[in-house]
Design a protein around this ligand. Structure first.
Ligand code: ZN
Length: 374
């Protein structure tokens, strides 16, 4: 992390600015911070402003955790999805695993929306900026975020929620959706009946969501069935049939699709499979020793907070997740694509010095594309 800080050009002034902004936020938000249920059985971890990690922390009350956040002013706050008998034990095998929440991470980068090619870029040491396709050697990739990224993420979240609720029977009130504070969404399932699922069972859920065990021959079998046969479909075979039905306006039986060539049928099915598969990060769901970003804490990649999206389509995270104040900060920007944040549009900027609201400056400084000018 220390290397990453140097790479992002975060010097003393930048760290001081971020730390001051984070401190101001955490003091203001102290009484309304989200606290994991059964905190006393969780491991807590901090990413600190000197680039270090503090893991295996444990707190017996929300007040203790808040007090430590206010004392440390961490750059990132994380908590274990798992519950332990001895959460503070530094040896994972000795913590005494009791159970874990079921969590999912949707990273917009994995969804490949077209905007990524437009706004992500490489920044080289000589200050030159390159498009992704150029793949310059020895330069740093800078990930950006825009409303299109958020939309791509939302759609994936809705697919995930539908499978969790309809195929797995999880109650809607056990599911919470959060914007990660950067470029993704986290979905938390807190259901006592699912807590004791081990890594293997979680891997099977991921396989099901991502259609990893999908076998093209299996569905072709269904395509030889009659229209009545389609009624018996459930789970993802039904979802694929439904996509084909919507796309071709007819039930996906072989008879209905026989006007197409074999290649076209295969292409239609693979495209339907891509639509139906939910792209989650498998490791996040399967890794039971992971610590996960805490809701209402600030994301060190942007300075925005991990924020609840109670209504996935209606929430506006690039506005609502702004947590740092809007007092003016003078920055020198090397390069920044257009940024839509806090309800306004900033930039694009190239080799410019100007005053910006602190939350915009924090985003640019965190991305390593701006320096603070005193
Ligand atoms: Zn985008």
């Amino acid at each position: 992390m220390v290397e990453e800080m140097e790479e992002r050009g975060l010097g003393g002034e930048e760290i001081e600015f971020l730390r001051t902004s984070y401190r101001e936020y955490y003091y203001r938000a102290a009484s309304s911070m989200w606290i994991p249920r059964r905190l006393e059985a969780r491991e807590v971890g901090f990413l600190t402003f000197d680039g270090g990690h503090r893991r295996h922390l444990h707190f017996s009350s929300p007040g203790e955790l808040i007090a430590e956040i206010l004392r440390e002013i961490p750059w990132g706050v994380f908590y274990s999805v798992s519950l332990y008998e001895d959460p503070g034990n530094p040896e994972m095998e000795r913590k005494g695993w009791v159970g874990a929440d079921l969590v999912f991470d949707i990273d917009v980068k994995d969804l490949h929306p077209a905007c990524i090619e437009e706004h992500d870029f490489y920044l080289c040491n000589d200050g030159s900026v390159h498009r992704l396709a150029e793949r310059p050697m020895g330069c740093r990739r800078v990930d950006w975020v825009c409303p299109m990224c958020v939309d791509a993420g939302r759609k994936e979240v809705l697919k995930l929620l539908d499978v969790l609720q309809r195929d797995m029977g999880i109650r809607p009130d056990a599911i919470s959706v959060y914007f990660s504070g950067h470029r993704g969404f986290h979905v938390h399932v807190e259901d006592e009946n699912l807590m004791d699922m081990g890594r293997e069972a979680r891997a099977q859920i991921v396989d099901y969501l991502m259609l990893n065990s999908y076998n093209p021959g299996f569905l072709e079998g269904f395509l030889r069935t009659t229209e009545d046969g389609l009624e018996t479909l459930a789970g993802w075979p039904w979802r694929i049939a439904d996509v084909l039905r919507q796309r071709y306006g007819v039930p996906p039986t072989l008879r209905a699709l026989e006007a197409l060539t074999r290649g076209e049928v295969e292409a239609a099915i693979s495209s339907a499979v891509r639509d139906v598969a939910v792209h989650v990060d498998p490791q996040v769901t399967m890794d039971l020793s992971r610590i996960f970003r805490m809701p209402t804490s600030l994301n060190e990649k942007t300075g925005m907070m991990k924020q609840r999206c109670a209504d996935v389509m209606a929430c506006d995270p690039l506005k609502d997740a702004v947590a740092i104040g809007d007092y003016p900060i003078k920055v020198e920007i090397s390069y920044a694509p257009k940024l839509q944040i806090g309800g306004y549009t900033y930039g694009p900027y190239k080799r410019t010095a100007l005053k910006l609201p602190a939350f915009v400056a924090a985003f640019l400084v965190s991305k390593g594309v701006a320096k603070v000018i005193k």
